[in-house]
Ligand binder design. Sequence first.
Ligand code: PGA
Length: 251
Amino acid sequence: MKMETRQFFAANWKMHKGPRATTEFVERFKKLHRPRSEARVVFFPPSISVGAFRDGVRDRPDIEVGVQDVHAERDGAHTGAISAPMAREAGATWALVGHSERRREFADDDAAVAAKTSAIMAAGMFPILCVGETLEEREAGDLEAVLARQLRAVLEAIDPEQRQGLTYAYEPVWAIGTGRTASPDDATEAHRIVRREIVASGGSESCIVLYGGSVKPGNIQDLLCGEGVDGVLVGGASLDPEGFAAICAAG
Ligand code: PGA
């Protein structure tokens, strides 16, 4: 049985909004989105804007903040990187890990994703582990194998007690930023595979699994109806306060 009954709405801003634009967004969003006991709302601004975000939501404990990536080490000679303890100190309580853009542009492989997941949990933050197949992998019939490989690489590498604390996002790479969304049936099917692999690798049956990939106000209702879809991870449509507030009002 699931412990968490709230719908989960996560906003991945990617490389958008510096501190000033972040503050403006937060002020507007707070007016549009009133606290809802049925909704959990977490934003992932660029790490340079986490402090501004944190300051903006001091009066709104229902709005949480995280980072989009961390380095696996605590500190060291890694120019340009930030560590999980630093992100935690800046006010982040969540961290994305394994996003397909990190895997593709920054060569984060399965081993790196596993090491980062451990580091996030060791720092006392909650990771959202992102998995998903490319169009070529889907068309080659490799959906199950890809999801199984990405999930096992992390679940088998981390401590058994850490496995219980993971949240997941299924994001088909072909649906990210393309305007193409998985049909509710495709999402349900992929979420079924993700959940089966999580349990087979020692993860929790009652874990949260989000859907991501071109989620917008116009398709949120249909996607949330998908069996096993516990919420959404939203990129482009989360940059607009009105649009994201409309998404958070769904479900
Ligand atoms: P998108 O991005 O909503 O712009 O497709 C989703 C994501 O990459 O998390």
